[in-house]
Design a protein around this ligand. Structure first.
Ligand code: ASP
Length: 321
């Protein structure tokens, strides 16, 4: 039987970055090398089976936004629908990788593997980590039974639901927190530890390409001396939702809490998450604000935006929320 194709989509990041000096691991410009050129530097990759590549964007992922997400989701949908395609690998910057992974898992809920990978050092480094990460990502994408959106970095496979960047410059910059990784790639072989990411709440039927403007949802943080000032300013700007990155078990300073409850009473959706990297907010009876269901603040923001998009679509077709 003919081996099925793997699609590699390039979006930029450090994995495509260049520095003036080989000894410089941090003073580089991200998103300089095209995906084809990048793949050409890894001959072993072509030898692993048929691959096609496409450049979807060429950006530093700190600048990631809705336009690129919409384009990326459209290409992912397109290639997943092709029976000849076994899976997709996406090269991405590390800074917002966890957000793109969660977004794609939410809107595509793929039955095939969609593997995001990255690098902490540019192409020009003495010992770049991108080529090995790409080889590992390809091994995961070709693994029989692989499905859902995952991230591969430093030999570790993380679920889109749990992955977080936790270090600014180490090669092993990601963690799945107390959920733990899905597995490890060991010399090109995947050792699977737990299940692939599952659908969150059934298939989402959001036509991403039809979204003219995304609902504005912002994140505010709790800290010593927090006040209602930010909330009032954001509500004044017409924000539709706020995620609060609370302290500990989603606790919020009384002054900030007053501002959030006031906004909630005025119709702004409020979700309470935690600044803590591990664990999740455990709700108590009588909590006045919804919790983030275990999602980090940045992922809770995406979930709330998608909920508002779905709600708007329902209202425009049925007249009811
Ligand atoms: N700023 C870069 C980016 O996110 C960092 C990286 O890729 O490691 O694109």
């Amino acid at each position: 039987m003919k081996p099925r194709k793997l699609v590699i989509l390039g979006t930029g990041g450090t994995i495509a970055g260049q520095a003036a000096l080989a000894s410089d691991n941090i003073g580089y410009t991200a998103a300089q090398v095209g995906i084809e050129q990048l793949l050409a530097t890894i001959p072993a990759l072509a030898a692993s089976g048929p691959v096609i590549s496409e450049q979807v964007s060429q950006i530093d992922s700190k600048d990631m936004g809705f336009d690129v997400w919409a384009q990326l989701a459209a290409r992912v949908h397109h290639f997943l629908a092709d029976d000849d395609v076994h899976g997709i690998v996406i090269t991405h910057g590390t800074d917002t990788l966890e957000e793109t992974a969660f977004f794609l898992q939410s809107v595509c809920q793929p039955d095939k593997p969609v593997v995001l990978t990255c690098a902490m050092r540019p192409v020009t480094a003495l010992a770049p980590d991108g080529p090995q990460n790409l080889m590992d990502a390809v091994a995961v994408a070709r693994h029989p039974g692989a499905c859902g959106v995952v991230a591969v970095c430093a030999g570790t496979v993380h679920s889109a639901l749990d992955v977080q960047k936790v270090h600014p410059y180490k090669l092993d910059a990601f963690s799945s927190g107390d959920a733990g990784p899905i597995g490890y790639v060991e010399e090109g072989r995947l050792r699977l530890l737990r299940n692939w990411p599952v659908a969150l709440a059934g298939k989402r039927d959001i036509a991403i390409e039809n979204i003219a403007s995304w609902p504005r949802v912002e994140i505010v943080m709790n800290y010593a001396g927090a006040s209602a000032l930010m909330v009032e300013a954001l509500v004044g700007q017409g924000v539709r939702g706020l995620v609060v990155a609370g302290t500990g078990n989603g606790t919020v300073h009384e002054a900030l809490q007053a501002g959030l409850l006031h906004a909630q009473a005025a119709g702004v959706r409020i979700v309470r998450s935690t600044r803590c990297v591990d664990g999740r907010v455990l709700p108590l009876p009588g909590n006045a604000m919804a919790d983030s269901q275990g999602l980090s603040p940045v992922k809770a923001r995406i979930a709330l935006m998608l909920e508002l998009v779905a709600q708007d679509a329902r209202i425009s077709t049925t007249g009811q929320a």
